[in-house]
Design a protein around this ligand. Sequence first.
Ligand SMILES: [Zn+2]
Length: 213
Amino acid sequence: MSQGELDRETFDRILMRQALDQAHNAWAVGEVPVGAVVVLDGRVVATGFNQPIGSHDPTAHAEIQALRAAGHYLGNYRLPSCELYVTLEPCAMCAGAIMHARLRRLVYAARDPKTGAAGSVLDLFAEARLNHHTEVVAGVMADEASAVLSEFFASRRLSTVAVSGDHSGSSGDRHAGADRDPTRGAGLAGEASELEAQVPPPIGGIEVRFDDE
Ligand SMILES: [Zn+2]
């Protein structure tokens, strides 16, 4: 596939679809479903999905995973000819990594009103003192990406209801998911309070937080 054969919008949607596939990989292992791909000359050269909980790594966001894989594959810590497609607006950490990689272009789907650093909470890419390199395109397949996140949090809520009796003694101050749910503010306000109560119980005395930010 080459970009010349397709218009830019169609091209972006095809690649974002592959990032969405990666988001489903995150969901399959119980992580908040965010996925990313790195593209060079119209070809996917690296993929990544969100996995901070399972990898015990607060930096294991989809963008970081994909950038790391791309750097290894291409043998270069700078990726100035590459584009990153990600299903959720990058946080400040990932925006920084994107700038360090000198990416040519960032395309993201859903906005993240909680931690988005590409226009929502703040816009690091608009800061000329930090960034001279990266073109940003927002909103490609945003509805699809938001739906995946909404369905994920809804399914977690359901599963917690199903097992709530098993954990009645460990409610404590459990909370997670709600703060991380980027679909809040996108028409799903009100679900947050429900999500407050559907956090997994502590494992080995360590609270597992879906609010990984
Ligand atoms: Zn991030």
